[in-house]
Ligand binder design. Structure first.
Ligand code: SF4
Length: 953
């Protein structure tokens, strides 16, 4: 009888469990981290957490290997060799902070805008933006400008919020779900679980995306649209709905500005603006009283069509009439747009009919009593169970702002915003439209705070940040005529502009978690050259100083002069704040913390604490007491608990007040973090049923929102389908008003700043020869990776260690390309060599690949010949941050309204390569491993190498 070794079927997996928040993507799920012998041993979803309700994805589970990555930086570094070679010496924190204080103190005392402070995917923008304001530089933004600002801004300027952090489909009641331009990214676990609910109930899922991966792969219908044409497709749906009289007029009258009268006086300074009474209230024509009235009064029965005479004799029409005339025009018919969109006219008609049928024949009625903003009681909420979601695939085009507005317009016409079964806002949204905060930076001065936050919402040319000579105040040209509504800045332009000295040279670039010499930049090779380029007159780098903070040896590290090593997400305090990018549910606000579940085993510090320390050393007002001592000596945790943005409102909304019994508003609670930890590292408030729907017009909700500090007053938030701020910029372009754009920009502004959604050809497609570059090229986010963080993770690399270029089988055959061939892909900006994979589920005019898999040889402590470096590739080399010349000028490759980086406008040609070495191109010299990092083990698995060095590999 053989004796098998005993198997322990219930091993102790932990001796301690700590609650915190995942950071393996932007979704911010609650997690339980199991620790054994002081090591992170296992990560589990927190089933009580409002975001993920226990669900943990592959990325989240693999956080262990992120935490123990051999690419972790260990100590502050000072550059000792040429930029780009990663030659550093290790220094102590005192020296690092003294260097940073010296550099930044000198700039602050002379010209604070010469500090450009830009962060990547950090989740502490409420702190970093406030820090920039206290320092006094207008040059701050996070990565939103190159991610999805079109989505965010379009929503905030139209309905008071948008998708993802702003709102969510009613997963429990929606019967028809349209998802646009989403592979598998932002809001990851909630969408997966939500789509699971839809599929289980048999709701129809329609995915509009040139590529059938991720969510598209499980959709009931895939619309393989041609990139950059989604707006036109949506306008054709609107065309069909209007012609079929399938729009919710009652809803439009109650909740939107479509009945408001628009002045019709072409050529005059107020043409296209709303007609207003002497108090500034918009006017409507009351069909009952037969007269002009304040459109915001509750009992008005407004006309939605028909020309009226204003008191001064001029004509005006309701905005709805302008909308109807526009989209009922034959140019938006399915037949007219089908070829451009690559979608059959019959399919567009059918989808429009399906939307109408679900919205108007499958209505949901819930017996919920609620009170509207005017105090009127209602005993029901009516749901139109069509829900929508859109993200970066829609945003990242030069026509993306209008496309996002078109999607919101479609939702509103169906009456499906903020109703059961539709799209529902997550507090603190909806906000007033647009939110009241203007960008600060019109004035700036040495040793002086900015007087407001650097990012905000312009409502007309008077809000732009321009010098007296009309040049942009900001280094990225946000809030200039190049990007008037640049609510998140233009991070993709910072290095190029700073290198060119356009609009001015800077002194120091501070970046955090932004891999700007590789996968987070356009024109990667060009940017690397700019980072190392010197002024021949002085011998100095054109961007003289670069300070960079990151937890890992990313490609960007090699290009910095001073490295401030960050902790991993399991070693830090953090807050997921309502002041920042919230994680709420439609049914109630929530926020959360990260706590250090393990202490760092390296000489690293959380960047947020470093920033507060730096602020105190620089004597920044908000970070220094009157006696000159630091205001937050306990670092970020101290700030999270004790900082008040306005009296009673701080980074965390839960457990406020001295004894922790208040929420929203209340004095700081010294035990707040302990209370969060006891509660599973989050706080969640559940709205009353009477507060849950029509939040923009619901008295109980609006009062609650005022109490919480979400909004300043409880007035109805009227959805702005017709956008007056857009018309104000257009009027300026037509020559009206004191704030005038440069002559060469007038036509572009006139065309782009339409008060209703429009579609125009993406700029790159318009400017290149499309017979030379006949195809579109895109990236998609893989389900198992979050940018370059994930593609260095030992577990996740096993799932996807290299990328290929995907092309439709039909197109490959046409081009004489076989599966596995190597091809050359060329754009107006460059050329790459890559291996192809053929597939069925892709628009035939489109090639695509996974985002951020390719790595530079030697970076991230991967082997120099790692598949990511030798076989993988970046599409970024092909994408230019500048458009091809137009009239001798090169504008940024951005949406002309928001400055959103137009990653997905890329046009290419694909040609089969001659057989040769099977290595992707371009290749760059291998980056040296910085001093202090040990070479990664050959086999990098959990605890594989034992404790040959501090930590586990
Ligand atoms: S979805 Fe994102 S935040 Fe949630 S577990 Fe996965 S990686 Fe973590």
């Amino acid at each position: 009888m053989s004796h098998e070794p005993a198997i322990d079927l219930s091993p102790d997996v932990h001796d301690e469990v700590k609650y915190t928040t995942c950071y393996m993507c932007a979704c911010r799920c609650g997690i339980k981290v199991h620790l054994k012998d002081g090591l992170v041993r296992y990560i589990e979803g927190n089933k009580d957490h409002p975001i993920n309700k226990g669900v943990l994805c592959g990325k989240g589970s693999s956080g262990i290997m992120q935490h123990y990555s051999p690419a972790r930086l260990k100590k502050p570094l000072k550059r000792v060799g040429p930029r780009g070679e990663a030659k550093f010496e290790e220094i102590e924190w005192d020296e690092a902070m003294a260097i940073a204080t010296d550099w930044l103190g000198t700039i602050r005392a002379t010209d604070p805008k010469k500090l450009a402070f830009f962060t990547g995917r950090d989740q502490s923008q409420s702190l970093t933006g406030w820090w920039a304001a206290q320092y006094g530089t207008p040059n701050f933004a996070a990565h939103g400008g190159f991610c999805s600002v079109n989505m965010a801004a379009a929503g905030l300027y139209t309905i008071g919020g948008s998708f993802w952090e702003f709102g969510e489909p009613d997963w429990d009641r929606a019967k028809y779900f349209m998802i646009f331009g989403v592979a598998e990214d932002h809001d990851s676990n909630p969408i997966k679980t939500g789509m699971g609910k839809l599929k289980a109930r048999g709701s129809k899922v329609v995915s509009v995306n040139p590529v059938r991966t991720g969510y598209s792969a499980i959709a009931d219908e895939w619309v393989g649209i041609r990139p950059g044409t989604d707006g036109l497709f949506v306008m054709a749906l609107i065309h069909e709905l209007l012609h079929a009289d399938k729009v919710d007029i009652d809803y439009l009258v109650r909740y939107t500005n479509l009945p408001w009268l628009v002045i019709q006086d072409p050529g005059k300074a107020d043409h296209g603006l709303f007609a207003r009474d002497k108090d500034g209230n918009p006017l409507a024509f009351d069909n009952k009283a037969k007269k002009l009235v304040n459109a915001r009064l509750p009992e008005v029965v407004p006309a939605i069509v028909g020309e009226v005479r204003l008191k001064d004799g001029r004509k005006a029409v309701p905005a709805f009439q302008i909308l109807a005339e526009r989209y009922m025009d034959p140019q938006y018919s399915p037949d007219a747009v089908a070829a451009t969109c690559g979608v059959k006219a019959a399919d567009i008609r059918r989808i429009a009919a399906e939307l109408a049928e679900v919205a108007f024949e499958q209505t949901i009625e819930l017996d919920i009593e609620w009170t509207d903003w005017a105090g009127r009681k209602h005993d029901k909420v009516i749901g139109r169970p069509v829900a929508m979601h859109a993200m970066r695939g829609i945003s990242a085009h030069t026509n993306g702002f209008h496309t996002c507005r078109a999607i919101h317009t479609l939702q509103v016409l169906l009456g499906s915003v903020e109703v059961p079964g539709g799209f529902r806002f997550k507090p603190p949204f909806p906000k007033p439209i647009p939110p009241g905060q203007k960008p600060a930076g019109k004035t700036y001065a040495p040793n002086t705070p900015l007087g407001g936050l650097p990012l905000g919402f312009t409502t007309g040319p008077e809000d732009l940040l321009l010098e007296a000579d009309g040049t942009p105040v900001r280094i990225d040209k946000a809030y200039s005529w190049e990007a008037p509504i640049a609510s998140h800045g233009l991070m993709h332009m910072v290095i190029t502009n700073a290198w060119k000295g356009d609009p001015y040279p800077i002194d120091t670039l501070v970046m955090y978690m932004a891999n700007m010499s590789w996968n987070s930049t356009m024109n990667t090779k060009g940017v690397m050259e700019m980072l190392t380029d010197k002024d021949p007159a002085t011998g100095e780098y054109k961007i003289p100083r670069i300070i960079y903070s990151d937890a890992y040896f990313s490609e960007m590290v090699a290009y910095a002069d001073l490295i401030l090593p960050d902790t991993t997400y399991l070693e830090r305090w953090d807050c997921i704040s309502l002041l920042d990018r919230p994680i709420c549910e439609a049914d109630g606000p929530a926020d959360a913390i990260r706590q250090p579940v393990v202490e760092p085993d390296r000489d690293v510090r959380g960047f947020q604490s470093v920033l507060l320390d730096l602020g105190a050393r620089l004597k920044l007002p908000g970070m220094t007491n009157s006696d000159g001592t630091p205001k937050y000596p306990g670092g970020y945790a101290d700030y999270i608990v004790n900082h008040e943005r306005t009296p009673g409102i701080g980074p965390l909304a839960g457990f406020r007040g001295k004894d922790g019994e208040k929420f929203g508003r209340g004095e700081p609670n010294p035990n707040q973090l302990d209370e969060y930890i006891k509660n599973g590292a989050f706080w969640h408030h559940h709205l009353e049923p009477s507060q849950k729907y029509y939040k923009f017009a619901n008295k109980d909700y609006l009062d609650f929102a005022v109490h919480m500090g979400f909004i300043g007053h409880a007035d109805q938030i009227v959805m702005q389908i017709y956008s007056e701020p857009m018309q104000k910029f257009r009027l300026a372009a037509e020559g009206h008003g004191p704030n005038q754009p440069p002559e060469h920009m007038r036509e572009r502004l006139k065309a782009a700043f339409d008060p209703l959604p429009i579609w125009y050809m993406p700029y790159e497609e318009e400017l290149v020869d499309t017979s030379t570059y006949p195809m579109h090229a895109l990236t998609q986010r893989p389900m198992i990776m979050y940018h370059s963080w994930g593609s260095q993770n030992a577990w996740l690399r096993q799932i996807l260690g290299r990328n290929k270029l995907y092309i439709s089988t039909v197109k490959a055959r046409e081009l004489g390309i076989d599966d596995g061939d190597w091809v050359r892909v060329t754009s107006h900006n460059g050329s790459i060599k890559v291996q192809v994979k053929t597939m069925e589920g892709v628009n035939p005019d489109t090639v695509w690949t996974w985002n951020a898999i390719g790595k530079r040889s030697g970076s991230w402590n991967l082997a120099p010949d790692a598949p990511e470096a030798k076989k993988g590739f970046l599409l970024n080399h092909l994408i230019s941050e500048l458009l091809p010349p137009r009239d001798g000028r090169r504008y940024s490759n951005s949406d002309p309204i928001t400055g959103q980086a137009a990653w997905f406008d890329l046009r290419v040609r694909v040609e089969k390569c001659e057989p040769g070495e099977e290595v992707s191109e371009p290749q760059f010299p291998t980056i040296n491993l910085p001093v202090g990092l040990d070479p990664a083990p050959t086999v990098n698995r959990f605890n594989a190498g034992g404790k040959t060095r501090k930590g586990v590999r």
